[in-house]
Unconditional design. Structure first.
Lengths: 114, 110
């Protein structure tokens, strides 16, 4: 399985600001995914990030709020824009398992918005 | 109705007991079934993966899938305190999008 790191591991931000979360993988992967895990809830897919194309967003998530970059096959960023306390959550990136539907997850970024 | 239903627990068992976790689903298009374990303040870790009805064993873990009943289970034998975590079921069809259950929090008491 791939080794995935995320930066920052946690942050406390003021409302109205933006935070960019980085996801780095130790091998080249085609598909990367961004999830949100709100307190006490399960994981919700935000978007799928493929290298060389625009990210595909799930219902309820828009590019203006969650812009994503995927400059190469080992790296992606998710920006949480114009944050409000409702954005307080854990944000996780994952990568496809290569030929299967399994996914491997990074450690997550714990975001608190005041 | 959620696509994937999972009892959130919490579930508390003594060390050595069998832990039984379940999920039901409504989308008959799901073909791939996974169980993830998530320790506090960590990302989910893939435990088991299967795509066919029946049982799959891996050490102390057994995953069971019944596609006709749209029901999956995870059994943990000889549970250990280190098994204390939240267990998430997840499912997918062919588009790589995973649908997760709410997660069941398990505590194994020493």
């Amino acid at each position: 399985s791939a080794v995935i790191s995320q930066k920052p591991s946690r942050d406390i931000c003021q409302r109205g600001t933006s935070l960019t979360i980085q996801c780095q993988v130790d091998s080249q992967v085609t598909m990367m995914f961004w999830y949100r895990q709100q307190p006490g809830q399960s994981l919700t897919l935000i978007a799928t990030a493929n290298q060389g194309s625009e990210a595909t967003y799930e219902s309820g998530f828009v590019i203006d709020k969650f812009p994503i970059s995927r400059p190469n096959l080992t790296f992606s960023t998710l920006t949480v824009s114009n944050m409000s306390p409702e954005d307080s959550s854990i944000y996780l990136c994952s990568v496809g398992g290569g030929g299967t539907d399994t996914q491997y997850f990074g450690p997550g970024t714990r975001l608190t918005v005041l | 109705q959620k696509e994937v239903e999972q009892d959130p627990g919490p579930l508390s068992v003594p060390e050595g007991a069998i832990v039984s976790l379940n999920c039901t689903y409504s989308n008959s298009a799901f073909q791939y079934f996974m169980w993830y374990r998530q320790y506090s303040r960590k990302g989910p870790e893939l435990l088991m993966y299967t795509y066919s009805s029946g049982n799959k064993e891996d050490g102390r873990f057994t995953a069971q899938v019944d596609k006709s009943s749209k029901y999956i289970s995870l059994f943990i034998r000889d549970s250990q305190p280190s098994d204390s975590a939240t267990y998430l079921c997840a499912m997918a069809h062919n588009d790589y999008k995973l649908s997760f259950g709410a997660g069941t929090t398990v505590t194994v008491r020493a």
